[in-house]
Ligand binder design. Structure first.
Ligand code: ZN
Length: 191
């Protein structure tokens, strides 16, 4: 992925609680950071995300995203990430409305709009999430809006036109062909 031209490497961290599967933790992130210069970010699909901030910062992640649904104290979590010297991201599941972000959006670097329910790769994008991207963009003209789930050359253009600026693609990028060609196809679809 680094050689193929990815801008970031996005690590999906799942704890078996916030979402049913378990993936990996900060030790693996630390090993991956050593592989090359491409920045890494951790998307924490975990309960009590702030318990793990320090470990992922120490692992070398440059951006850490927690779920709005996993905390009652989004501002405090965002502030503690920024104080640690990393970018702060807040993620929302498909069932969480854009309005839930209103009070926190000016205190984060990135909003992650989940375009599938988190937990498994290879799902189809939920179409109503395109409208949510548009609502978040209207609310925060300058925030980075990331989308995660079902991103491929047929869906990326609608998300881009709605205001998304940052695209997480897993299955499409690795399932066939070369990673470099697939990343190029995603960029071309927005051109
Ligand atoms: Zn993710």
């Amino acid at each position: 992925m680094m050689e193929g031209g990815a801008d970031w490497i996005h690590l999906d961290v799942m704890d078996g609680q916030f979402v049913p599967p378990i993936t990996f933790g900060a030790d693996l992130a630390a090993s991956l950071v050593k592989l090359g210069p491409t920045p890494m970010e951790a998307h924490l699909m975990t309960l009590t995300p702030d318990r793990h901030f320090e470990a992922f910062v120490a692992a070398g992640c440059k951006r850490i995203t927690f779920h709005l649904e996993a905390t009652a104290h989004a501002h405090r979590l965002a502030q503690s990430l920024r104080r640690s010297g990393v970018q702060a991201g807040v993620a929302v599941n498909p069932a969480t409305p854009a309005s839930a972000l209103a009070s926190v959006v000016s205190d984060v670097d990135l909003v992650l709009v989940m375009t599938v329910n988190p937990g498994w790769g290879g799902q189809e994008m939920i179409a109503s999430c395109v409208d949510k991207v548009r609502e978040v963009r209207a609310m925060a003209p300058h925030v980075t809006i990331q989308v995660d789930g079902g991103v491929d050359p047929t869906t990326i253009r609608r998300l881009y036109e709605a205001g998304a600026t940052d695209f997480v693609a897993g299955s499409f990028v690795v399932k066939s062909g070369t990673i470099a060609d697939n990343l190029r196809a995603l960029r071309d679809a927005c051109a």
